[in-house]
Ligand binder design. Structure first.
Ligand SMILES: NC(=O)c1ccc[n+]([C@@H]2O[C@H](COP(=O)([O-])OP(=O)(O)OC[C@H]3O[C@@H](n4cnc5c(N)ncnc54)[C@H](OP(=O)(O)O)[C@@H]3O)[C@@H](O)[C@H]2O)c1
Length: 229
């Protein structure tokens, strides 16, 4: 099989980095990016000998100029985009009275508007291809709300709606999926639940394998993959 070209947002840590590793081991080209140069450099150092080519970039999904730059650079280097994994995310866990408007805007901008803008910018390219896959990393909180998640959970519900709406809107070779993981041992998870025993959480590599498999595009468009018990 020809190497695929895969863009993974927030691929310098946790689930995104583990997913990048799966594609690289398969010989695919992977665009690794996050807003911080030092984080990108660190991820490239860890991922560089796995197989496929890495295109390291710096970018913030909240800024449409960064998204356009990433899409342009990817096309310049590889000439196509086969898979987009909208993985970058931020989480906060506190009662609604303690959430500020700024918290709300940050989570909605990174978790919802970023993926939405990425899909908008990439659609003209993917629609011209025979086959492409777009995966949203939602969460168990994308179908089950919970205390102290009055912003995070709605942001993750939105990704499931975005996936279903795009699947209805683009009935071509482009497939749209959501992934709904439970607790995964990553910096994001430990920042909101520092008391958690890592042994009770999934490993990012486990979720990365599930995302890699889903990207084969065999499930019907709109499908939501639950990765929790
Ligand atoms: N861990 C869990 O238990 C869990 C469960 C369900 C769903 N999820 C979801 O899985 C996804 C990945 O989370 P994770 O747990 O793997 O977290 P993580 O290890 O903290 O990684 C988050 C990644 O997102 C990047 N990022 C943050 N803000 C960004 C922005 N504005 N633009 C581009 N990249 C940005 C970070 O880059 P920097 O490091 O450079 O800031 C980092 O690479 C998130 O969408 C999260 O909601 C996680």
């Amino acid at each position: 099989m020809e190497p695929r070209t895969v863009i993974i947002s927030g691929s310098t840590s946790g689930i995104g980095e583990a997913t990048a590793a799966e594609f690289l081991k398969n010989g695919d080209n992977v665009v690794v990016f996050s807003p911080h140069q030092n984080e990108v450099d660190g991820a490239v150092e860890r991922l560089k000998d796995l197989g496929g080519k890495i295109l390291p970039l710096v970018g913030d999904v909240r800024d449409v100029r960064d998204i356009k730059h990433i899409v342009k650079e990817t096309m310049h280097h590889f000439g196509q985009i086969d898979v987009l994994v909208n993985n970058a995310g931020v989480a906060m866990w506190k009662p609604i009275e303690e959430h500020t408007d700024k918290d709300f805007d940050l989570m909605m901008d990174v978790n919802v508007k970023g993926p939405w803008m990425f899909i908008r910018e990439i659609m003209p390219i993917m629609k011209k291809q025979d086959k492409a896959v777009v995966i949203q990393i939602s969460s168990i909180r994308g179908e089950k709300g919970a205390e102290n998640y009055s912003v995070y959970s709605p942001s993750k519900f939105a990704l499931v709606g975005l996936t279903q709406s795009m699947a209805a809107e683009v009935p071509t070779g482009v497939r749209f999926y959501s992934v709904l993981p439970g607790g995964v041992f990553t910096p994001l998870h430990m920042s909101v639940h520092p008391w958690k025993d890592p042994e009770t959480l999934m490993k990012p590599e486990y979720v990365g394998c599930k995302i890699f498999k889903l990207a084969e595009g065999k499930k019907p468009s709109g499908f939501a993959l639950r990765v929790y018990e």
